[in-house]
Design a protein around this ligand. Structure first.
Ligand code: ZN
Length: 179
């Protein structure tokens, strides 16, 4: 797995407050901008968010490329807003404990292509290994932790999300045996 470092400039306006974090889980997002590249989304975090200061730790592109934007042990800004009463309390702590992965997608339905899925499975499994997380319990959709319709396709197709989680678990089991 190749991860390219494209760290955002430190500073709150770039979604990098510099506050430290101990990873307790992984949150999967979709970029909601069909056909856009990982680098374009990274540059939006860097420049284009109008000072809103949103970010994610990783972005996975349509060719499976993985860009690292924020170090794992530093807080990013990706899941702190609640989209329903049920998530109000959880949303307050999400960004202080969860690693965010944004995924690019070809079309408006938000379905990831096979290159993006392969890299997501590998990255999520590796993060579970690194931080002693359970691939079946500690990998979430953005929807699960604050009610947002994200990643859209996998909120609308829960069975496909289960397939994804099982792929992550299978990859995790493989890398735990081989190392
Ligand atoms: Zn999201």
């Amino acid at each position: 797995m190749k991860i390219e470092d494209r760290l955002l400039t430190p500073g709150v306006s770039h979604g990098r407050s510099g506050r430290s974090m101990v990873p307790k889980g992984v949150v999967v997002h979709y970029v909601a901008n069909p056909g856009s590249s990982a680098l374009a989304n990274r540059n939006y975090f860097e420049n284009g968010s109008g000072g809103a200061g949103v970010s994610a730790h990783y972005i996975i592109g349509l060719n499976g490329e993985i860009l690292r934007c924020v170090p794992d042990t530093e807080r990013a800004v990706h899941a702190g807003k609640s989209y329903g009463l049920a998530w109000n309390e959880m949303a307050k702590t999400n960004n202080s404990r969860l690693i965010g992965i944004e995924c690019c997608h070809p079309a408006i339905d938000g379905k990831f292509n096979s290159h993006t899925i392969d890299s997501l499975v590998e990255l999520a499994a590796d993060l579970c290994k690194r931080y002693k997380l359970d691939p079946l319990k500690d990998v979430y959709r953005h929807y699960d932790v604050c009610g947002k319709m994200c990643p859209l396709y996998y909120v609308n197709h829960a069975s496909d999300w289960n397939v994804m989680k099982n792929k992550i678990k299978a990859m995790y089991d493989r890398i735990m045996i081989s190392t």
